[in-house]
Design a protein around this ligand. Sequence first.
Ligand SMILES: Nc1ncnc2c1ncn2[C@@H]1O[C@H](COP(=O)(O)OP(=O)(O)OP(=O)(O)O)[C@@H](O)[C@H]1O
Ligand SMILES: [Mg+2]
Length: 282
Amino acid sequence: MENETIVETRELAKVYGDGAEVRALDGVTLRITQKEFVSVMGPSGSGKSTLLHLIGALDRPTSGQVIVAGQDLAKVKNLDRFRSQTVGFVFQLHNLIPTLTALENVEIPLYEQRISGRERRERARELLELVGLGERLRHLPSALSGGERQRVAIARALANKPALVLADEPTGDLDSQSGAEVIGLMHELNRELGTTVIVVTHDPAVARQTERIVVLDSGRIVREDVVGDPYSEDLKMLKNSPLGRAVLEGIEVDLTIEGTVLYRNGQPTEAGRFLREMLERI
Ligand SMILES: Nc1ncnc2c1ncn2[C@@H]1O[C@H](COP(=O)(O)OP(=O)(O)OP(=O)(O)O)[C@@H](O)[C@H]1O
Ligand SMILES: [Mg+2]
């Protein structure tokens, strides 16, 4: 069925510590539908990783509910099994086992399944081919680039065909080219396999490639944006820039971009009015 909910959080709260308490999440209510590609943004310490950990059942909330694939996580008896069957994790630092080859790393989650060693290796090989590493099966992580290691981590996260992939800053320590490749790959998985993906990122360029951006601040959702076409997204970026604000507020006496005059003597020109109207509408 289309538009079925896969993740729902209700008034989710997480308080860390006994003495000096940190309210990492403070009433997060969120619904994510199947096959969605969602990004989570927000300043450092705003609760992004905590939210991902709670959705992935790596930690328990202080209060509130998490429902994943129709299961209330508070009622799930075997969380290990839930995780291995439903969720794939990709973290910033790959978490690959350094002494195992790429192939062996991807095989690890498959040990839980009752399949022969041959099938297991075959499946791991297919996954590595899927992420473009068919020629790197026997490499140890230390012999792979950062982007390649991250692709191994993605292959591993997909090994059990999870309905949901949770990625915490998967491009955080990659250069922009490898980062774009990793996100492009997640995009393909989302589109072609129908995997729901939630990705935490600090990078607006990454967030813009997703369908919806959830912004956290101090443990609360402060904004949710549906990502539009690239043109509207560029306008949104402009709107939030100092130039966009100047155009909207008209505070400048004279304002010129690239030779086009937008304001003259504090009055908008035709070009300035046009741009202001576009920015007001977006
Ligand atoms: N295990 C923990 N014990 C105590 N406090 C914690 C713990 N984990 C996180 N926190 C605190 O909870 C808040 C939210 O942390 P979280 O890791 O979710 O932030 P984040 O948005 O992922 O930040 P970043 O962008 O830096 O990764 C922070 O103030 C952090 O110090
Ligand atoms: Mg974090």
